[in-house]
Ligand binder design. Structure first.
Ligand SMILES: [Zn+2]
Length: 190
């Protein structure tokens, strides 16, 4: 029991050193790696000990590290060496490290997909100039509700966010006042 507690404490101090060295600039350099290995020897802590006691924390740290390493989508020679350090320090197997890399790559791609979808949606909210011209001529260049010719805006009758399209039937001219009043009624969604 005593021994267990001592080991746990030693693992914790080694782990603290590791975290401070990694998080300082998010890079684990050769001299830092040597420093960690020496400290492990000094406190009689093995990679397996760290793995057993700190696996969840390490998973989290390594996830972020992989994310940073993969920002440019590739892992170069120096970064591969850094990954070898992580493996040696934490007692991770080749396969575990590989799975982590795959996981980060997958999630990064998912995000990219979501981002591009959002981007497309934002773009299609934009009313094409050709449509604006038809609507302008049809509505006589004035607010269809009050006839004002000041501060005119193109308005989606059925809001874009509720599925309204960019077709001429769904676009009309409103003055800013009428558009505001409409937004107030339906909760400012267009
Ligand atoms: Zn108006």
């Amino acid at each position: 029991m005593e021994n267990n507690l001592e080991l746990k404490n030693n693992v914790n101090s080694v782990f603290q050193l590791i975290v401070s060295l990694i998080e300082d600039d998010n890079i684990l350099k050769a001299d830092e790696y040597e420093k960690i290995q020496a400290y492990k020897r000094e406190l009689n802590v093995s990679s397996q000990n760290i793995y057993d006691i700190k696996k969840m924390d390490i998973d989290r740290i390594l996830y972020l590290q992989f994310y940073l390493l993969l920002l440019d989508d590739k892992i170069d020679f120096n970064e591969r060496i850094e990954i070898k350090y992580y493996k040696a320090i934490f007692g991770y197997s080749e396969n575990e490290i590989f799975q982590l890399e795959i996981k980060v790559r997958k999630e990064k791609n998912n995000w990219r997909e979501v981002e591009s979808k959002v981007d497309k949606k934002e773009k299609s909210r934009h009313i094409p100039e050709s449509i604006k011209k038809i609507v302008w001529d049809r509505d006589g260049g004035k607010c269809v509700l009050c006839g004002s010719m000041d501060y005119l805006e193109f308005d989606h009758d059925i809001p874009f966010s509720l599925g309204g399209s960019n077709s001429t039937e769904n676009i009309r001219i409103l003055c800013r006042n009428c558009n505001r009043r409409k937004s107030d009624n339906i909760g400012d969604i267009d």
